[in-house]
Ligand binder design. Structure first.
Ligand code: NDP
Length: 250
């Protein structure tokens, strides 16, 4: 998608758009002419970008999602594009994964994705056009040690995406997933600190370990992930899961 006004007039909601991958996606959408609303529990880091309408919600709380999406509609009109990006990650061996940790990760990554998609889909069905892009993970396609809850949640996101893609087939609405490997954000920096703490490895070694576990053997950039999201929005592909870096589709 090269034209700066390619998304002119479209309203895009990006959850978790205040920092990291979400902020990268929100900025790129605004660069392409979309009206962008970002939704997260705190929106402080986006305050320098006046193009982004900031709304506060915890995506795990149904009432907050409904009220906040209404606020976004009031500001920017019916929702054409939804990027479900809000997410959390925590690692622990299975035997030390508490029910509270499991529930929080499933609730944020999977139930939050469902609640936001359900809320935005009504507008898309009325318009007979819409784009839903869910940020999953390579952990949504394969297993990884100490990440049972996170992997389960992201496999759920990929399955949910494929289910709604099948439901919307032929309606003008598409749903796809982007599956990044480790990407340069706060979440990845927390993972590096965690590995160092538990193994005694230096930060450079921990970073190299994460890079080796990624497709292409390197850390992804926020821009690469955002590019992949924008490519899916521009296309009519439906039900794909795209790996970043690399671009393989599964
Ligand atoms: P960050 O931790 O930098 O950002 C996460 C965003 O999610 C924040 O804006 C946060 O805002 C928001 N968020 C978290 N919980 C909630 C909630 N309950 N309600 C609303 N918003 C919430 O992470 P990344 O940018 O790295 O991650 C973005 C997505 O990409 C996530 O889904 C993550 O799983 C996925 N991903 C990341 C990878 C990486 O290596 N970085 C690799 C693969 C996938 P706030 O706390 O203010 O609510």
């Amino acid at each position: 998608m090269s034209s700066e006004s390619a998304l002119g007039g479209k309203h895009a909601v990006v959850t978790g758009g205040a920092r990291g991958i979400g902020l990268g996606v929100a900025s790129m959408l605004a660069d392409r002419g979309a009206r962008v609303s970002i939704v997260s529990r705190s929106v402080r880091e986006s305050q320098h970008d006046p193009r982004l309408f900031r709304a506060t919600a915890d995506v795990t709380v149904e009432d907050q999602v409904v009220a906040t999406f209404n606020l976004c509609r009031k500001e920017n009109g019916p929702i054409d594009i939804l990027v479900n990006n809000s997410g959390i990650a925590e690692s622990a061996p299975l035997t030390r994964t508490s029910l509270a940790m499991w529930a929080q990760i499933l609730s944020t990554n999977l139930t939050g994705t469902f609640l936001c998609a359900r809320e935005a889909a009504a507008d898309m069905i009325a318009a007979k056009w819409g784009r839903i892009v869910n940020i999953a993970s390579t952990a949504g396609l394969g297993g990884a040690p100490y990440l049972a809850a996170y992997c389960a949640s992201k496999h759920g996101v990929v399955g949910f995406t494929r289910a709604i893609a099948a439901e919307f087939e032929g309606t003008g609405i598409t749903a796809n997933a982007v599956c990044p490997g480790y990407t340069e954000t706060d979440m990845m920096r927390k993972a590096i600190a965690n590995i160092s703490k538990h193994t005694g490895a230096g930060e450079d070694d921990a970073r190299a370990h994460l890079a080796r576990s990624n497709p292409l053997g390197r850390i992804a950039t926020v821009e690469e992930v955002a590019d992949s999201v924008l490519d899916l929005i521009a296309s009519s592909r439906n039900g794909d899961a795209v790996i970043v870096p690399g671009g393989d589709v599964v």
